[in-house]
Each structure stands twice: as C-alpha cells, then as structure tokens.
Design a protein around this ligand. Structure first.
Ligand code: ATP
Ligand code: MG
Ligand code: MG
Ligand code: MG
Length: 468
C-alpha cells in the first residue's frame, strides 16, 4: 500500500477495525475557532470534544485531515524549498480518543500499524518522549521492546495546537534514513536535518491551556495523533525527500513542461516551491479564500506570490501557476472533489493574480537587485527599500526576506516599520487636508499588525471578513 489513495484507506481501515468512527476532513478554514488561522492538525475539528464542551456520538475517531501550516504557531512557509519534509498544505492521518483509551493503547496501535501492517524496520525507528514522562518511556520499552538509547527524552515533546486549547505531552516516532541524508538524532545539534525523519506524533491530551499562565486538566485523558501522509508515502516509496514521491514528481513534471525549465541544479527548489504552493493555494481557493490584503486572504496572497516569484526566476515568460491546475486535479481530484468543483475559480484566481503581480514583479526584482548587490552574509537590506517593494511593487515582506535568504542577507525590520509608519502619517495628513474620510482601513490595519510578533499575521476579525 504505497499509493496515497491506498495509504489513506489503509490507515482509516486499520482504525475502523478497532472501532474508530471514520470522520471526514474538516475544512481548512476552521468553523469552530476564530483564534486559528487555518486547520493545522487533525485535532482542530475535535478541539471542543477534548475539552468536554461538545459531545459526539463516538468516543474514538479516525481522519485524513487537510492541513495548512503557513502562519500562526505552526508556520512552515519558510521551510518549503529548504527542507525535504515540509509543505504548506499537507494531509494528516490521525486517530483520536475522547476520554476512551490513553497512552498504552495509542502506543500499541501505532506500533502495530507501522511495524506489522506497514512493515517498517524496527531497528531504524526511534522514539522521543517528554523527559519527565516515565510512563510513556516505560510503555515504549514494554510494547515496542526498544532499548533505552532509542527512547530519547526531549523538552519539545509538549504539543499544543496554538497559544490556547487542549495540549499534552507527546511521543514522536522517527525513522533513520541513513548517513546519506544530512541531520542528527533528536536532541543533537543537527536535529533540524532530514536524516532522522519525524513522521508520527502521538499526543497524550491531558491539559487545556486557558491563557498564557493557566493550564487546567482536561475532564478525561485523551489521545490525538498525527502522521504526515506525504512523509509516510516517501518512506514507503523509498525516497528520502517528499518532493520525490509520485504526486510531487507529477506536479513538478507539469511545472517543467509549462515553464520550459529543467528540474535540476538551482532550479529544482523553485519547482518544489511551485508544486507545494500550487496545492496550498488551490485548496484554499476551493474553500472560497481569495487573495486580499488582510487576514487569511493575505496569507494566500503571500503563498501565491512566493510561487510566482519562482516561476519568474526559472524563466517562465507567461503566468504559470494556472496551467498546472489540471495536473493537480488529476492527482488529487478524486480524493478531494472540491478541487474539480472549483477548478474554474482556482484557474481564474491564479491567472489574475499572476498577471497582476507580473506588472510589478520584474521591476521590483530589479530594484531589489540594485539595492542589494553590495550586501553579503550577515548584512541587512534597508527598511526603506523593503517598504518600497511592499508598497509600490506588491512584494510581501516575507517574499523579500525569502529572496535574500540564500545569500544570508536579512531585512532591517525596524526600518521597514518606520517607513510604513511615516507613510501612514503622511497619508492621514493628506486625507485630513482633503476632508475625505480615511476609507482605506485595510491599509491601516496592516500597519497596526506590525507591533505583533507575527508580522502581517492573523487578526481574527479581519480574517473572518475575508472568507466567503
Ligand atoms: P517537524 O518537526 O518536522 O516540523 P512537527 O513536529 O512540527 O514536524 P507535528 O506538529 O507533530 O509536526 O505534526 C504531526 C505530523 O504531521 C508530523 O509528525 C509530520 O509527519 C506531519 N507534518 C507536520 N508538519 C508538516 C509539514 N509542514 N509538511 C508535511 N508534513 C508535516
Ligand atoms: Mg514543525
Ligand atoms: Mg517535530
Ligand atoms: Mg511533532
């Protein structure tokens, strides 16, 4: 069972056989949670079930959940194109217990599935646990028969969906992909590499983070697990990079065909970014999120424009993204009928955005080149230029940062904020002078966002307004 379709159905079947209700994926735009930008894990749709606020007719469930991690607590936008394992859009396989089973069964199910049903080699697997979670450590020893050195205590094994909500200690399952892949085991200095690939996280839901300082016990200990479908597929297809699996090879082939740029050397990461961002953009548009200058729509615009910069970079003369939609629909349309249903909207939205961005993209990149030619590792681009790129050329700040990243050049964020504040003050003065009301509240709200930790991040009220 190595095709994506087989993996999805095989996983659901495994847990259905163990009396779990098979529940459909919830939308990417969470219906039950204004604090969350996008659904970033399988547990999101069950958040209120864990806390006891909502009741369901089942106490065990299994899902294949659409996820987007491009903002908020779990933001992988900056990883795409750089690691072998991160996407902005991905599918998460999960099993859940709402006050039913806890650690022992969760570990038993996971171990049976990966070693018996799927047949992963036991001697390549490693486990992490929260350092004080002796119960989990003991269970892994007992159930999996792993030696102490393969069960690693790690402070990061406390999983939370966001700043508030259900959370708990967790155990992550890693596979050692061998010395040809860069990286070290969890806890080592090289743990950010891809050699030791985390592919399944078992969260022992026990607490609810109510606010920054308050963590209370959940009514009943519960289980929430998440396994990345694309990572599992890569492992089973014998690939050490998600982007070398069937699905991505087909998307990248389309990108090669329509751009005319071979997928090799420096160009390969661009194709990967394009393929990844095509998925995220298309799934978001299929749910009615449209590119805009605020909230969720702005995150979508950032994803789209990052891909479009890469399309330009690899020499695509005309808008590229919309031409790749048929390949995506061919790959994923059966599992996700919302894609073919929204195909016309996705195509038009991508086409329009790319045509628009292309009006300023080349000139913006020229300005960026000129302003940064003398800069090298450790230098920063001045805030004035970054702001001009944002304001005049439609470059989201993170796009400018991404464009400079490979050279080790940063952006002067304080200077950017100043430039924006200055422009804002001038615009207000001009409006006051003309007697007109300041109607461009969107623009001001972006300025207001600057004080927050996540630049141009998520604001609940604005974001709600952008979603159809
Ligand atoms: P990593 O440490 O690799 O960033 P994570 O610890 O952030 O992963 P979890 O929050 O534990 O990931 O999510 C559960 C599982 O979902 C992961 O074990 C992985 O298989 C998958 N996953 C998480 N983030 C991504 C992503 N950006 N792209 C693809 N799969 C992902
Ligand atoms: Mg992560
Ligand atoms: Mg991790
Ligand atoms: Mg994890």
């Amino acid at each position: 069972m190595t095709s994506l379709a087989d993996l999805r159905s095989g996983f659901l079947e495994f847990f259905r056989d163990r009396q779990h209700a098979v529940v459909p994926s919830s939308p990417l735009v969470p219906r039950n949670d204004p604090t969350l930008l996008f659904t970033n894990a399988g547990m999101v749709q069950f958040k209120n079930v864990f806390t006891g606020a909502e009741k369901r007719p089942y106490s065990k469930a299994t899902t294949v959940q659409k996820c987007v991690r491009a903002g908020g607590k779990h933001n992988d936008l900056d990883n795409v194109g750089y690691t072998a394992r991160h996407h902005t859009f991905f599918e998460m396989l999960g099993n859940f217990s709402f006050g039913d089973y806890f650690k022992e069964e969760a570990i038993t199910y996971a171990w049976d599935l990966i070693t018996k049903k799927i047949g992963l080699p036991k001697d390549k697997l490693l486990i992490t646990v929260y350092p004080e979670d002796d119960v989990a450590r003991g269970l892994w020893k007992k159930i999996a028969g792993l030696s102490d050195d393969r069960i690693i205590g790690h402070e990061s094994n406390l999983w939370a969906m966001g700043p508030v909500g259900p959370c708990g200690f967790c155990s992550e399952i890693f596979i050692d992909q061998g010395p040809n892949v860069w990286g070290g085991p969890p806890g080592s200095a090289e743990e950010d590499g891809d050699r030791f690939l985390e592919f399944w996280n078992l969260v022992f839901m026990q607490f609810e983070q109510v606010d920054e300082n308050t963590r209370i016990e959940l009514p009943k200990p519960s289980i929430d697990t998440g396994m990345g479908l694309e990572r599992l597929a890569a492992i089973l297809q014998g690939k050490t990079n998600n982007y070398e699996t069937d699905l991505f090879r087909h998307l990248i082939a389309a990108s090669v065909e329509f751009s005319g740029a071979k997928a090799e050397g420096d160009i390969l990461p661009s194709h990967r970014v394009i393929a990844d961002h095509l998925r995220a953009s298309s799934f978001l548009i299929a749910e009615g999120v449209l590119p805009s200058n605020e909230g969720r729509g702005y995150v979508l615009r950032r994803i789209m424009r990052r891909a479009m910069r890469h399309a330009h970079l690899i020499g695509s003369k005309d808008p590229l993204m919309h031409r790749l939609v048929p390949a995506l629909v061919a790959e994923m349309g059966e599992a996700y009928p919302e894609l073919p249903r929204a195909q016309a909207l996705i195509t038009e939205t991508l086409k329009l955005e790319e045509a628009r961005f292309r009006e300023t993209l080349a000139r913006g990149l020229k300005l960026l080149d000129e302003a940064s030619t003398t800069l090298g590792k450790g230098d920063t681009l001045d805030g004035e230029t970054a702001f001009k790129l944002y304001d005049t050329y439609g470059f989201p700040l993170d796009l400018t940062q991404d464009a400079l990243k490979s050279r080790g050049v940063g952006v002067d964020l304080a200077g950017f904020t100043d430039a924006m504040a200055r422009q804002r003050a001038e615009a207000r003065k001009a409006w006051a002078g003309s007697g007109e009301a300041a109607t461009d509240t969107q623009w001001f709200s972006i300025v207001d966002e600057l004080g927050k930790t996540e630049f141009l991040g998520y604001d609940t009220e604005e974001a709600e307004g952008t979603v159809i």
